[in-house]
Design a protein around this ligand. Structure first.
Ligand code: SF4
Length: 319
């Protein structure tokens, strides 16, 4: 493919069709890192509000670095995958360096995020391979092998590099991403509206990109306690990797009897059934546990499934 006319068409389409997303109005690497961390695993429509609230609360890397981890987790509450918030907090303390290689050394910043920040903030000519760009490239070059292998990534990276301009790389990468989000969409690509259709080799675009077979979904159970002392609820601060620093209903190692409430939630390749059992208030509480007035429970950062379970329990017992 001849990259120059491809880039011209793509750029003209982007100028006319780009969405006005708040993180596109800035070149601040901190703000762009915040948006990129939030956009991992979360839809654009959900991220917009979180991003605006976050930037109001922690407008600079220094403001975030000086915040308490509990405040940071609370601001992230509802986005899930809390390691992203902890990593962002740690990265803010270390400071944001000026190229993709240095950014990749920050905690939780992989090659994709580092390239995205470097290209959008510093206009670095770095190939950015997010899910949208991977799909667009796999179709443009009719790549019919799995994209999530070392060979697949190397192929796409090489194609992305061939297409990259020396100048305005950030805008070019944003345009490719936007094409994937608005036109070259996963199930039914809108090829009739596509500005780069003359360059596209895809024979059956709806079937691309291919991926390695998925891991089987595992079903697991999680049992917790709902204990009350008048208007107080017993909560437990987590120390495990996934929810470290967050507050949950305390774990119940040996559940017996019917639960008071039950809900299911997905996490990576698991479906978790959360069962909450009513228990009498213990005479003594364990380290890490706390009696929290129910009116103040909202001030404690909690993972969504536990927050939803608690709301349901309060409705069942207090209404
Ligand atoms: S022509 Fe269709 S498959 Fe090819 S890039 Fe455009 S939308 Fe995607």
């Amino acid at each position: 493919m001849n990259p120059a006319p491809f880039r011209e068409r793509l750029a003209a389409w982007f100028d006319a069709n780009a969405r006005d997303l708040p993180w596109r109005r800035t070149r601040d690497p901190y703000a762009i890192l915040v948006s990129e961390m939030m956009l991992q695993q979360t839809q654009v429509a959900t991220v917009i509000d979180y991003y605006l609230r976050w930037m109001e609360r922690f407008p600079t890397a220094a403001a975030l670095a000086n915040a308490d981890v509990s405040e940071v987790l609370h601001a992230w509450q509802g986005l899930g995958y809390y390691s992203r918030a902890r990593n962002l907090h740690a990265a803010a303390k270390l400071g944001l360096a000026g190229n993709a290689e240095a950014l990749e050394r920050l905690p939780g910043v992989g090659s994709y995020t580092a390239a995205a920040v470097a290209t959008f903030a510093f206009d670095e000519s770095a190939p950015v391979l997010d899910a949208n760009i991977i799909r667009v490239l796999a179709r443009l070059f009719d790549y019919s092998a799995p994209v999530d292998t070392a060979a697949g990534r190397a192929f796409l990276r090489a194609r992305a590099l061939e297409l990259l301009p020396a100048k305005n790389a950030g805008r070019h990468n944003a345009a490719l991403m936007e094409l994937g989000a608005l036109v070259c969409v996963p199930r039914k690509p809108r090829c009739a509206l596509c500005p780069v259709r003359p360059f596209c080799a895809a024979r059956e675009p709806g079937k691309l990109p291919l991926k390695k077979p998925r891991r089987a979904i595992l079903r697991v159970e999680q049992n917790c306690v709902y204990a009350r002392r008048g208007d107080e609820i017993l909560l437990e601060q987590q120390t495990g990797r996934r929810w470290r620093g967050l507050w949950c209903l305390p774990a119940l190692p040996n559940p017996a009897g019917a639960p008071l409430a039950e809900l299911k939630y997905p996490i990576t390749h698991h479906i978790v059934t959360l069962r909450v059992h009513r228990r009498a208030a213990p005479a003594e509480i364990q380290p890490g546990q706390l009696w929290v007035p129910k009116s103040r429970a909202g001030e404690f950062p909690m993972p969504s499934p536990h927050r939803k379970a608690l709301a349901r329990l309060l409705e069942l017992t207090d209404s």
